[in-house]
Design a protein around this ligand. Structure first.
Ligand code: 6PG
Length: 468
């Protein structure tokens, strides 16, 4: 009997994903060069009629039912190409390869074009939710050939997370649509993480919140409109004791954030598209600034900082909750705006409501807010920006004043709040019918004869600005 599903790369994600497939009644076969990983999976799987594995490519491919459905959960980059080349001689027309990693979208386009010439269907399918998600139900973002997707659809729908019984997976669009959506998901992830850490900083410095109070505050928020995976895990982080010493672990962790590139790619591509995503950009910049720890220590000695005035705990808790809610909305708005534009630019034909829908559970950016976002785009599929949705006007209008208050508090007291202030500035600029960029046009025309348009009449104008 042939196996329903194949998976290459039996690291934590791969092993968990394959066990999840088996839990849902499909038979699955794993492949990895590492014999230990192969044996570990066979042992954990229990029954080799359901879950089996091998180090041998040929054995692996012969074991799969056709069209073969082979998922790759290997590191993004060269490894994906190597694995594809190893599989290729033994594949048949109509087989599917699904890259579940965080591959760069143009790599996916290249691989898809290359493989489709050989009759092989190549999918880029972002998988979000970490190791736990892979085991219990991730959010899956597949893109590729629509007809071929039908072969893998029942398996993906079964293994994915469910929101009110609805699977957190759907066919998103052709070519690299899936990887692109996952990339922006991660950009939003960077933004939300930056914001939750800024609020932590303010509560600590401006309100003397200790770890127990931080835990209590984030837990309480997680029961309200800020309910989200990131707020939930943040509340738990504050509780964790340091197993290697006294006190809480969070206080012992080096404040240098690493990154694997997906947030940076989101920002870079947003720049290419001409779509502003400043809340994401600054989240990337802050990871970069954090990495300059030694320079920061030096600089800290050179400059005075204002002594932080204190805000009453209750007041601070209220305005931080509102500011965080406000800036979460702004960050989702920017990411979704980028998706809508990329969809036109790259022909992805994305349905934003469907994307918000499959983000409601399973993924890292899952949040109560996504149910409202889904509704907003269902009500108007061509909404250019979430900020133009009538239901969101109320949410934003009622919280923006707290964002203003907090940004001012941060500025006055020397607490860096770049995610929050960029979100606020984005909001203020996006909602301004008149910006001072008329002056930039005048300057451009002054020094470079770049011409300008006028408010009051049609046409292209140039002025001889310099008087003799
Ligand atoms: C997910 C995560 C996952 C990964 C991030 C980490 O959706 O499950 O986004 O893909 O944990 O890519 O990214 P950084 O290492 O760049 O923070």
């Amino acid at each position: 009997n042939k196996y329903d599903f194949g998976l290459v790369g039996l690291g934590v994600m791969g092993r968990n994903f394959i066990l999840n497939v088996a839990d849902n009644g499909f038979t699955a076969f794993g492949n990895d060069l590492d014999e230990e990983k192969v044996n570990a999976l066979i042992e954990e799987g229990g029954d080799t009629a359901k879950v089996n594995a091998t180090t041998d490519n040929k054995v692996f491919l012969e074991a799969l039912s056709k069209p073969r459905k082979i998922m790759l959960l290997v590191p993004a980059g060269k490894v994906v190409d190597i694995v594809i080349e190893n599989l290729l001689p033994h594949l048949d027309e109509g087989d599917l390869i699904i890259d579940g990693g965080n591959s760069f979208y143009t790599d996916t386009d290249r691989r898809e074009a290359y493989l489709s010439k050989k009759g092989i269907n190549f999918f880029g399918a972002g998988v979000s939710g970490g190791a736990k998600g892979a085991r219990r139900g991730p959010s899956i973002m597949p893109g590729g050939n629509k007809e071929a997707y039908q072969h893998v659809k029942p398996i993906f729908e079964a293994v994915s997370a469910k929101y009110n019984g609805e699977p957190c997976v759907t066919y998103l669009g052709p070519k690299s649509a899936g990887n692109y959506v996952k990339m922006v998901h991660n950009g939003i992830e960077y933004g939300l993480m930056q914001l939750t850490s800024e609020i932590y900083d303010v509560l600590k410095k401006g309100g003397d919140f200790n770890n127990d109070e931080l835990h209590a505050t984030y837990s309480k928020w997680n029961k309200g409109r800020l309910q989200s995976f990131l707020v939930e895990i943040t509340s738990e982080i504050f509780e964790e004791e340091d197993s290697l010493g006294e006190g809480r672990l969070v206080d012992k962790i080096l404040d240098k954030a690493k990154q694997k590139g997906t947030g940076k790619w989101t920002s870079q591509n947003a720049m290419d598209l001409g779509i502003p995503v400043p809340s994401i950009d600054v989240a990337v910049s802050m990871r970069e600034i954090s990495a300059l720890k030694e320079e920061r220590i030096e600089a800290d000695k050179l400059y005075d900082r204002p002594s932080v005035e204190h805000m009453e705990k209750g007041t601070l808790e209220k305005i931080t909750e509102e500011a965080l809610y406000f800036s979460f909305i702004i960050t989702y708005a920017q990411g979704l705006h980028q998706l809508a534009d990329a969809s036109k630019e790259y022909g992805y034909e994305l349905d934003i409501a469907e994307i918000a829908k499959i983000w409601r559970a399973g993924c890292i950016i899952r949040a109560g807010l996504l149910a409202d976002i889904t509704e907003a785009f269902k009500a108007n599929a061509s909404l250019p920006n979430l900020l133009l949705s009538p239901t969101f006007v109320k949410k934003v209008q009622s919280t923006v004043d707290s964002a203003r208050e907090l940004v001012a508090f941060g500025a006055k007291n020397g607490i860096p709040l770049p995610g929050l202030s960029n979100s606020l500035t984005y909001f203020d600029a996006y909602t301004s019918s008149r910006l001072p960029l008329n002056l930039i046009q005048a300057q451009r025309d002054y020094f470079g004869s770049h011409t300008y348009e006028r408010l009051d009449r049609e046409g292209i104008f140039h002025t001889e600005w310099e008087k003799e």
